[in-house]
Write a protein that binds this ligand. Structure first.
Ligand code: UDX
Length: 438
């Protein structure tokens, strides 16, 4: 099928590449010229395992194209995806400027029948607004249907979660649009759930909020566990074996980060407020999440007493493993806060050093602190009074611990992701503090 995708962010680019991989002819459009030039040359602006290969492969096979010209790209498309950003606005609601702009731009260029898909995460009833704008600007002989097809891809495993989704949600208003979408996803081995437009829009917000809630629940439990000297990993393991609960997204730690959860939770709270419901549960989810960062700093203080002038190694700047994305990353926040308190920070991340340098400049701080960017975890540990772990990168789990210990001025590790066993660490002679475990 002939597909046009507007917006080449994480969602747009991965969706476009995966649809091309399934044999469709896909044009990805973005108004960012340098980005499109880089993509045309086979350079991917984000680190996402497997993506570069799929993009290059499908460009070579002439199934995937990149363009900055939205007008020509939409002509002849059977399906147009709107996958532009919906960032957080100043009032906590999603800023839909880009979505509206795209709707206005594509409308006059429509010909015949087209299915227009809302892929961006947007508040419930955004579909209605997109429809109204397109109707207003489309030529009289053009017809279209709007579909809500939310994306559930997870960064770091984006190809896997797009190629093999748990479900494909289609919010439709006509049988014709449903058939087009079913044809589009024919080769995906996933159950399809067909709903009305607004329900599909809500599924996305409801899912993200529920996953964040699960994490915050585990984090609240970790506090109880610390107070009664129990082990949160054992508690959540026991809970997760109940199929109604499931073990996923029950890992306690320094809390969730990333572009989606914090933004979508805020937006969902705002939508609910606007329509007359105080979804306070979501506020509590956010409060617990940010509280984990404060508690983590407290743990560091408990070991070091005064932060100022101490050498602290910090492992993990991306918000989760297998990505270079540092948006709303707990590791970046902790690094900033420690350096503001005058620590001499030695940071390391396998992929996010470039983006981190841009937001954590290597300058002496007011409190005397500074940030040193290291080449590997052992360099970060060298002569440190303490090492903190803020992202659960697989390579941190296999560190040579005796070597690490030898490097450190004092063998104290504060682990915000529970990647080591407390018994093992004690045996090796570390002072080891983690989350919700003794
Ligand atoms: C999320 C949703 O999972 C995805 O469906 C949606 O499309 C976009 O938002 P993503 O932001 O890529 O995806 O990351 P995800 O894997 O969900 O992790 C989010 C954060 O939660 C990370 O910081 C991660 O470290 C943290 N997390 C996850 C926990 O702290 N505990 C867990 O048990 C799971």
């Amino acid at each position: 099928m002939k597909i046009t995708l507007i917006g080449t962010g994480h969602v747009g680019l991965v969706t476009g590449a995966c649809l091309a991989e399934k044999g469709h002819r896909v044009i990805c459009v973005d108004n960012n010229r340098p980005k499109i030039a880089a993509l045309k040359a086979g350079r991917i602006p984000i680190y996402e395992p497997g993506l570069e290969e799929i993009v290059r492969n499908n460009c070579r096979k002439k199934r995937l194209f990149f363009s900055t010209n939205i007008k020509t790209a939409v002509q002849g498309a059977e399906v147009i995806f709107i996958a532009v950003g919906t960032p957080l606005g100043p009032d906590g609601a999603a800023d839909l400027t880009q979505v509206e702009n795209v709707a206005r731009t594509i409308a006059p260029n429509l010909k015949g029948y087209t299915v227009i898909v809302e892929k961006s995460t947007a508040p419930v009833a955004t579909g209605e607004k997109i429809k109204a704008v397109i109707k207003k600007y489309a030529p009289a002989d053009a017809s279209f249907d709007l579909v809500s097809n939310p994306e559930f891809l997870q960064e770091g495993v984006a190809i896997q979660t797009t190629m093999h989704p748990d479900r494909i949600v289609l919010g439709v208003e006509s049988k014709k649009a449903e058939e087009v979408m079913r044809k589009l996803y024919r080769d995906f081995n996933a159950p399809v759930i067909v709903t009305d437009l607004k329900s599909a829009e809500l599924i996305k917000h409801a899912s993200n909020a529920f996953l964040a809630l699960k994490i915050s629940y585990a984090n609240a439990l970790s506090i109880i566990c610390e107070l009664v000297q129990a082990d949160v990993t054992q508690v959540t393991k026991g809970m997760g074996m109940d199929q109604r609960i499931s073990p996923h997204f029950l890992n306690a730690g320094i809390g969730y980060g990333g572009y989606c959860f914090p933004k979508d939770l805020n937006a969902f709270f705002k939508i609910s407020e606007d329509i007359g419901y105080d979804f306070n549960l979501l506020k509590e989810v956010q409060k617990i999440n940010l509280g984990q960062r404060d508690r983590f700093i407290k743990k560091i203080e408990n070991e070091l007493w005064v932060i100022k002038g101490k050498r602290i190694g910090l492992l993990g700047l991306s918000f989760k493993p297998d990505t270079d994305d540092i948006r709303e990353s707990p590791g970046i926040d902790i690094a900033r806060r420690l350096s503001e308190r005058g620590a001499i920070l030695k940071v390391y991340d396998p992929k996010a050093m470039g983006p981190a340098r841009a937001v954590l400049p290597n300058l002496p701080r007011r409190g005397g602190g500074k940030i040193i960017f290291c080449r590997n975890p052992y360099e970060a540990a060298r002569q440190s009074d303490c090492l903190v772990i803020t992202t659960d990168w697989p390579e941190f789990k296999t560190l040579d611990l005796p070597r690490l210990k030898k490097n450190m001025a004092h063998p104290t590790i504060i682990d915000g992701r529970n990647i080591f066993s407390p018994t093992q660490m004690k045996k090796l002679g570390f002072v080891y503090r983690s989350i919700g475990r003794v």
